[in-house]
Design a protein around this ligand. Structure first.
Ligand code: HMG
Ligand code: MG
Length: 323
C-alpha cells in the first residue's frame, strides 16, 4: 500500500481562505521593520543593507514602510544614518506608485532634516504616561505636545501627512495600568494638533483583547472613529494577533507590523518585537482579507535579514515557512 506523504508547511505555503463575518475586506499594513525593528538591534546594520531591506519589502508588496528616524543620533545610534539612507530609497516611490515612506520626527530639528530629504510623510510620537515621555523624549507629556505643535503644522503646510503615535496605551512598566481616560485625552490632543492618523501603541505588549475593545469604544465615545486609528502591538506576551483581530472587529483597518517580528524600544527595555508582518499576513490571508503582500517574498526577506543580524527571526510564520 502506498501512502501519500503529508505536505510540509512550506509546500502548503498559504492558509485555507475561510472568511469570518464582520471584518474589513482589506487591511493596510504599516510596516515598521526598518524603523521599530532595527532601532533596538545591538549593532547598526550598514546603510546598504537597510536600503536593500526596504527595497525588498516594497517588492514584496508592502505599500507603507516606515523607513528612518530623524531623532537625535545619540539617542538612537542604530538609525543615525537617516540622511544617508533616505536618498537611497526615496526613488522607490516612483517605481511603486502609492508607496509611502514615513519617517519619525520628534521636533522641528527632525522635521527640517526630513523635509530636506523630501520626506512626504512624518510621524510624531507621544506617550500616555509621564515616565515614558520623560525617558523617551526628555519632556513631560504636555511639553512633548508643545514640541509637536509646530512640527505638525509645518509638516501639513509642506504637504506632508502626519501620523501621531501614542505609546503605553495598555500598560506602562514603571506606572502599571494606564487609565483609558488618559489615553483618550492624549490621543485626542494629537488629533487636535492635526495628526491625520493616530496609532495606538502597546509598547510593552501586555494588553489583551478586552482592553483593546474597551479603548476603541472609549475613543468612539470621544468622537474618534476607527477610520482615524491604527494599532501597534508589540508581541511580548504573545497577544498581538488576538489584539489585532479584536481591533479589526472594532473597525480598524490599519495595522502596524514588523517584518520577521523584529522590534522594541531602547527606552522601554521590556518591549520586545512587534507583531510579525508574516504572522499577520498569514491570518489575514486565511480570513480572505486583502493586503497586497506576497508572503513568500516577505518571509524570504526576513530570513535574509535574520542572516545579516546573525540570529533567527522571532516570527512563528517565518520559521514555519522557511523550515
Ligand atoms: P533633548 O536632549 O531634550 O534635545 O532630546 P534638545 O531639544 O534639548 O536639543 C539638544 C541638542 O540636540 C541640540 O543640539 C539639538 O539641535 C540636538 P545643540 O544645540 O546642543 O548642539 N537635536 C537634534 N539633532 C538631530 N536631530 C534631532 C535633534 N533634536 C535635537 N531631531 C529629543 C530630545 C526628542 C531630541 C530626544 O529625546 C530624542 O531624540 N528622542 C528619540 C527617542 C526615540 O527615537 N525613541 C524610539 C522611538 S519611539 C517608539 O519606538 C515607540 C513607537 O514604536 C510606538 C510604541 O511602540 O509604543 C513609536
Ligand atoms: Mg513600537
Amino acid at each position: 500500500m502506498t501512502s501519500t506523504p503529508e505536505p510540509t508547511v512550506t509546500e502548503l505555503g498559504l492558509p485555507d481562505r475561510v472568511p469570518l463575518a464582520g471584518l474589513p475586506r482589506s487591511v493596510r499594513i504599516h510596516e515598521v521593520g526598518p524603523r521599530d525593528g532595527l532601532q533596538n538591534e545591538q549593532t547598526a546594520l550598514p546603510v546598504e543593507v537597510k536600503a536593500e531591506f526596504i527595497t525588498r519589502l516594497a517588492a514584496a508588496g508592502l505599500r507603507t514602510i516606515e523607513s528612518a528616524s530623524f531623532v537625535h543620533p545619540k539617542w538612537v545610534p542604530q538609525l543615525a544614518d537617516a540622511e544617508q539612507l533616505f536618498p537611497l530609497v526615496a526613488g522607490l516611490r516612483e517605481q511603486y506608485p502609492g508607496l509611502r515612506l514615513p519617517v519619525l520626527v520628534p521636533n522641528e530639528r527632525g522635521l527640517d532634516r526630513a523635509l530636506a530629504h523630501h520626506a512626504t510623510e512624518v510621524a510624531v510620537f507621544a506617550s500616555a504616561t509621564e515616565t515614558f515621555a520623560r525617558r523617551n523624549l526628555n519632556r513631560t507629556v504636555a511639553e512633548s505636545l508643545e514640541m509637536f505643535e509646530p512640527v505638525v503644522h509645518r509638516a501639513l503646510s509642506a504637504g506632508a501627512q502626519v501620523r501621531g503615535y501614542l505609546s503605553m496605551c495598555f500598560g506602562d512598566p514603571w506606572e502599571g495600568p494606564v487609565p483609558v481616560s488618559k489615553v483618550v485625552e492624549v490621543g485626542r490632543a494629537l488629533l487636535d494638533l492635526g495628526c491625520t492618523e493616530l496609532s495606538l501603541g502597546d509598547t510593552i505588549g501586555t494588553g489583551t483583547p478586552g482592553q483593546v475593545a474597551a479603548l476603541l469604544t472609549a475613543f468612539g465615545a470621544a468622537g474618534v472613529g476607527p477610520e482615524r486609528l491604527a494599532v501597534h502591538f508589540h508581541d511580548t506576551y504573545g497577544q498581538a494577533l488576538a489584539n489585532t483581530l479584536t481591533a479589526l472587529q472594532c473597525g480598524v483597518t490599519v495595522v502596524d507590523a514588523s517584518a520577521g517580528g523584529l522590534g522594541g524600544c531602547p527606552y522601554a527595555k521590556s518591549a520586545t518585537g512587534n507583531l510579525a508582518t508574516e504572522d499577520l499576513v498569514w491570518m489575514l490571508q486565511g480570513l480572505g482579507i486583502e493586503t497586497g503582500v506576497d508572503l513568500e517574498a516577505l518571509s524570504a526577506t526576513s530570513a535574509w535579514l535574520a542572516g545579516r543580524l546573525g540570529r533567527p527571526s522571532p516570527s512563528r510564520a517565518v520559521r514555519a515557512l522557511r523550515a
